[in-house]
Design a protein around this ligand. Structure first.
Ligand code: SF4
Length: 346
């Protein structure tokens, strides 16, 4: 595994460093996001915040703006909280102790093991989806790999196999094998460095493993949003609080309503009227709809343009030129709505 990795590993920017900040940043960005998509964000983020101190003292809005487009913004907020703790309590260095690393916001068992092994060769095995698949095939393990008892077993297997003195390279080799050779579909067993030890290969069941998980059913949501516009071309944004149902928590967004019924325009007009006394149903001009997916939610975006003489300037709102909205730290959904409004004005 180690010589296979040394010979053929992909040249990725975070593999050219032992700087814990850079390794940690890459691991956070790579959660839920593909390698190719991460690279430009990673490089831009490091230009803006070249070290943990710069990230710790930055304005959160700026951090989110540099994260915009990657999604799952809680990752960016946790990253900055952790940076502040690292500067305040660990002298600016990512902690070497597994327990201390786990206490940082946004750091779970996988990330702690990944950063400590890659940066310090600390003897902790990683287990992510790629490694779990490799292990399941090597041992011809059936069943749902994400079931808690099964996951614990796989963690123990990963830890047993770990090359403890070169744990960073070993962990990366396991992940690389899963990402490039032992892929979910059509694994390339002929190119695999551990083929002769693989039980699934021997049994001819590599493609059947791991068992397909039951997917959480997709929920369809309609989000009606109001782009209020005053005669100066300014619009109003609100910030949604954190919470389970919050789609774009703590991001600036257009006033919006999750609607289930048929007359979404009337529901949105009522909402605006009750909140700020600004609109009646016929004042809402439909804009182009679009779609947006957030994990298991399939969101239909239904924006409306609402021309008003004055924008309500109450607490918790932000008034900005509509043409500037795109440059703010906003979700992709809000960006799509801003685009629809700008296109609707042409
Ligand atoms: Fe995966 Fe095939 Fe290698 Fe087994 S032999 S670990 S199934 S690539």
């Amino acid at each position: 595994m180690l010589s296979w990795f040394a010979k053929g590993k992909r040249d990725l920017p975070w593999r050219r460093t032992r700087d814990t900040y850079r390794i940690w940043l890459s691991e956070i960005m790579l959660q839920q996001t593909r390698v190719a998509a991460v690279i430009p964000y990673y490089e831009r983020f490091l230009e803006a915040f070249p070290n943990v101190q710069a990230l710790a003292r930055a304005r959160t809005d700026r951090v989110l703006a540099n994260w915009a487009g990657l999604g799952y913004y809680s990752r960016a907020r946790n990253l900055q909280h952790a940076a502040k703790e690292i500067v305040a309590r660990h002298g600016g260095d990512f902690p070497r102790e597994y327990g201390a690393a786990l206490k940082l916001p946004g750091i779970g068992r996988y990330t702690a093991a990944a950063v400590l092994s890659i940066a310090y060769d600390a003897p902790y095995a990683v287990l992510d989806g790629n490694v779990a698949r490799v292990l399941a095939r090597l041992g011809a393990v059936r069943g749902d790999l994400r079931a808690p008892a099964m996951w614990r077993k796989l963690e123990a297997t990963a830890q047993d196999l770990l090359a403890k003195k070169t744990s960073g390279d070993w962990n990366q080799a396991m992940m690389e094998l899963g990402a490039t050779v032992c892929t979910p579909k059509s694994p390339r067993c002929g190119e695999c460095p551990v083929e002769k030890w693989c039980r699934a290969r021997k049994l001819g069941i590599a493609e059947e493993l791991p068992a397909v998980r039951k997917k959480r059913p997709t929920v369809e949501i309609t989000l009606s949003a109001a782009v209020l516009l005053d005669p100066l071309g300014r619009t109003l944004l609100v910030r949604q609080p954190d919470g389970d149902g919050a789609l774009f928590s703590r991001m600036w967004q257009f006033p919006a309503l999750e609607t289930l019924g048929t007359d979404t325009r009337a529901a949105l007009a009522n909402y605006l009227h009750e909140k700020w006394d600004v609109a009646r149903k016929d004042a809402l001009a439909p804009l182009a709809n679009s779609r947006h997916s957030v994990t298991f939610r399939n969101v239909r975006l239904e924006p409306y343009l609402v021309r008003v003489a004055h924008l309500p300037n109450t607490t918790g709102v932000r008034i900005v030129p509509l043409s500037n909205v795109r440059r703010m730290s906003i979700s992709n959904a809000t960006r799509k709505i801003a685009d629809a409004a700008i296109a609707g004005l042409k």
